[in-house]
Unconditional design. Structure first.
Length: 292
């Protein structure tokens, strides 16, 4: 497949040709996109509220789930399905259809590196994701009180004697895999609607199999928020650096043209919603939602 020219001086990729000549467009590329940023903040807050709640209920003291399912493996799978499922539901919700449903700075960074996201939105999305994660974690902490405190408000740390560097390497690999799945599905029209399902399955399996070693973060905002609430920054640095590095590695494969260029930077593209990120998908001629 031929890769269309893509990018601008305000994204990480510089195009050699005019984007419009290749069908690439954005309803508003650059500037302030407060509606999209607010949607990202809200979506990330929902995700973090669910993360703190699920970890508390499934693994916290006095867990009713543990009395029914004593084995750790099945409970990890349950937690993964619920947490990853929440992210996918956000993506297909009106919030996700407007903003793209990234709810993860590593995902936004990856799409900036492929030329889809303007630098203003890179900053706006990442700030919104961190603020939303803090708000969601704070809500979870308030809702569950001492039970949430007992599990560190779902903080992420290396386990099974793994070093910080070892856990970081695993987080790099897992985040790269997540971005590769997103890029692969969003680069094909027949697959793109299934992107939330693919990420749900992948992340759920990673939580199930890898959480004992790294707590399966994949998301700097998801790790920072509990650390702030708990006032415990142990091993935090690996979760702030490793997922973005994984996103960079995946994006480099796209930039090297070893992978197809994604047709959209939204995890569930709905043309009835405006896109402030570059896409080659046809715009809704009746007018996209979120204008203004």
């Amino acid at each position: 497949m031929q890769h269309p020219a893509h990018g601008s001086e305000d994204s990480a990729v510089t195009a050699d040709h005019n984007d419009s000549a290749h069908g690439w467009h954005a309803d508003s590329f650059g500037g302030l996109h407060l509606a999209e940023w607010a949607a990202e903040a809200a979506g990330t807050a929902i995700l973090m509220l669910v993360v703190v709640s699920v970890v508390t209920v499934v693994f916290g003291p006095g867990s009713a789930v543990a009395s029914v399912v004593p084995a750790t493996g099945p409970r990890l799978l349950l937690a993964g399905l619920l947490i990853a499922g929440t992210g996918s539901l956000v993506a297909v919700s009106p919030l996700g259809r407007l903003s793209g449903g990234h709810i993860n700075p590593a995902v936004t960074l990856g799409f900036w590196l492929t030329g889809h996201v303007h630098r203003n939105d890179l900053a706006g999305y990442v700030a919104a994701q961190f603020l939303g994660a803090l708000a969601g974690a704070a809500l979870g902490a308030a809702a569950w009180g001492d039970r949430a405190k007992a599990i560190g408000y779902a903080a992420t740390r290396p386990g099974h004697g793994l070093s910080d560097l070892g856990a970081g390497a695993i987080e790099v690999a897992m985040t790269a895999a997540l971005l590769l799945v997103i890029f692969t599905f969003t680069s094909r029209e027949r697959l793109m609607r299934w992107t939330p399902v693919a990420t749900w399955i992948l992340v759920a399996c990673l939580v199930w199999q890898v959480a004992p070693y790294t707590d399966t973060s994949l998301n700097p905002a998801r790790s920072l928020a509990p650390a702030v609430i708990a006032r415990d920054a142990r091993s935090l640095w690996i979760y702030l650096l490793a997922p973005p590095l994984g996103a960079v590695l995946a994006a480099l494969l796209v930039r090297a043209r070893l992978l197809r260029l994604p047709l959209t930077a939204k995890l569930f593209h709905d043309s009835s919603y405006r896109s402030v990120m570059k896409t080659s998908m046809a715009a809704d001629t009746a007018g996209a939602r979120g204008q203004g």
